[in-house]
Design a protein around this ligand. Structure first.
Ligand code: ADP
Ligand code: MG
Ligand code: MG
Length: 512
């Protein structure tokens, strides 16, 4: 039986209504910076672009209906998740076993963990860490046979590095709200401006960076301080990053510089003794800026480390006195393998003493299995090979496009040595209620069944122990906030939902 979780949606549009809506949507998006750089193939040959072309981000024509209770639940649990992952990152003894095991089967994890261990051996000089996290959820039907029973949220993954689309989530919710206000949607539809809340992610994430900036204090030797954003050269999602930079400057008087990992060795130095991170902006001769906060929008995947220069860069940043967003160990705490280990009975409960808190966190978990040689792992290996149709197989990677789905799982596993299987986790596919929308991407419209993924942002600043106490559990939470939300919507036929990876679009919630 078909589950009708939402009223028939989206509303039908006449050709006149559609062309009015498209024009309003395009003009609003372009004039409000709901934009991305287009792929080269979308820029006419005869024009030398110099980056001067922008297009609106992939967006949905309509906001997507989303149960208010599920949206509230995701937001309400965010501070608990922030704390959970900060506590995981701060407990190195607990992380060690998983990291050592993972290092044997995953070269990228091994290399990152080595950076952490090398810096630890020397000693950290900055006890503060900043997390700008995003917890992602898909709606899950708990009673598919009864349309009156609301779905719940199930966590897809927890991101501890480079959680993107915060600024665009603010802009797209403003867009859909605007379209509702100007009557671009049929007046008898359920789309009403008051049910489209504007996500404050842009403001809240910038505030998180500003709090860390302040907590760092003033620079040494009279140097002024700034934020350093580590970026991928040519990132098409640049405006999402630029908005944070502008917000930081305009609301908090904090300057941001952008630099790739490759350029870190050329343009930065560590001050002797203090290990203050000194940045020399190439466009301002003879100037030395002390970096208070390093904000990574790169460095989450092997592709960002073309050679030794990039690894040296990551090590230098980690050794520095700057507050890292995130530190290497915090990045590692966001591994899919850690998500699986946390889901084992009693593990989350060990990190979050309050039972009502840990049970709220656990309430969002979907089934996740290890693929190692433990009894649970052996059972999951059998499932993966024999009944893969309701599962997704995930490696320890970020950024979309890395997972293996359903029937592809057995063949994939057989194509790699069995000794490497433990580097993957097997997760139950979350099956959301049916929903339709239209996605507009590079000028093309795609209408049909869609799947939405709610991301809730969090900002947390914490203090680890110093000296011998480092890694033995976090000492103090300085700030912990829920920081807005994002809805990403993809075609139902596509397994992956990444917007930047080319699969999805940004969307706003229409609370129902
Ligand atoms: P990444 O870190 O690469 O973003 P994710 O775990 O978020 O990895 O997986 C990428 C995409 O795959 C998600 O955005 C979602 O669309 C899909 N996906 C992942 N896990 C599940 C799941 N358990 N059920 C349904 N879809 C999933
Ligand atoms: Mg991720
Ligand atoms: Mg993801």
């Amino acid at each position: 039986m078909v589950v009708e979780m939402f009223p028939p949606y989206p509303p039908e549009l006449s050709p006149t209504q559609l062309s009015y809506l498209l024009q309003a949507l395009t003009d609003y998006s372009l004039s409000h910076g709901l934009t991305v750089r287009p792929a080269e193939s979308f820029i006419p040959d005869k024009l030398s672009s110099n980056g001067a072309f922008a297009t609106h981000a992939p967006i949905t024509l309509f906001p997507s209906p989303f149960p208010r209770s599920c949206w509230e639940e995701g937001r309400a649990v965010q501070k608990d998740f922030n704390e959970l992952y900060a506590r995981v990152a701060g407990n190195e003894e607990w992380l060690e076993k998983t990291m050592v095991e993972l290092s044997k089967v995953d070269d990228f994890t091994e290399r990152l963990y080595k950076v952490h261990l090398d810096v630890k051996a020397e000693g950290f000089v900055q006890p503060l860490s900043l997390g700008l996290f995003r917890s992602d959820y898909i709606l899950h039907n708990i009673a598919p046979e009864d349309p009156k029973v609301l779905p719940v949220i199930h966590q897809v993954e927890f991101n501890t590095i480079a959680s993107s689309f915060g600024a665009l989530s603010t802009r797209v919710s403003e867009l859909h709200r605007h379209l509702a206000r100007v009557g671009a949607y049929p007046p008898d539809s359920i789309i009403k401006a008051e049910n489209i809340p504007v996500s404050p992610a842009l403001q809240e994430l910038a505030k998180g960076l500003a709090v860390a900036y302040k907590a760092y204090g003033s620079g040494g030797d009279g140097r002024s301080t700034a934020v350093l954003m580590i970026i991928q050269p040519g990132d098409k999602n640049i405006f999402d990053q630029r908005w944070l930079e502008y917000e930081l400057l305009e609301k908090h008087s904090v300057q941001t510089y952008r630099i790739s990992l490759t350029d870190v060795p050329k343009l930065t130095d560590l001050a002797p003794g203090t290990r203050a991170l000194i940045y020399s902006p190439p466009h301002v001769p003879n100037t030395q800026i002390e970096i208070s906060t390093v904000y990574f929008r790169a460095g989450y995947g092997p592709g960002d480390y073309a050679g030794e220069d990039e690894w040296t860069a990551r090590t230098t940043l980690e050794r520095s006195k700057a507050i890292k967003c995130p530190s290497v160990i915090t990045q590692l705490a966001g591994a899919k393998k850690i998500q699986q280990v946390l889901a084992i009975d009693g593990v989350v409960e060990g990190f979050l003493a309050d039972k009502s808190v840990s049970s709220r966190v656990r309430g969002t978990f979907a089934a996740i299995h290890p693929l190692d040689e433990s009894p649970a792992g052996v059972a999951a290996r059998k499932l993966a090979l024999e009944k893969p149709d309701t599962y997704v197989l995930k490696p320890q990677r970020e950024g979309g496009g890395n997972n293996i789905y359903r029937g592809d799982i057995p063949g994939f596993l057989k194509s790699i040595p069995e000794s490497r299987w433990s580097g993957y986790i097997l997760m139950e596919l979350i099956e959301p209620p049916a929903l339709e929308n239209t996605i507009i991407r590079n000028g093309g419209l795609m209408s049909g069944g869609v799947i939405g993924e709610l991301g809730v942002y969090g900002a947390i600043l914490w203090k680890d122990g110093e000296g011998e106490e480092r890694g033995k559990g976090l000492k103090e939470i300085v700030m912990n906030e829920e920081a807005g939300w994002l809805l990403r919507t993809k075609g139902k036929q596509s397994d992956e939902g990444g917007v930047a990876a080319g699969f999805g679009s940004v969307d706003a919630v229409l609370l129902v």
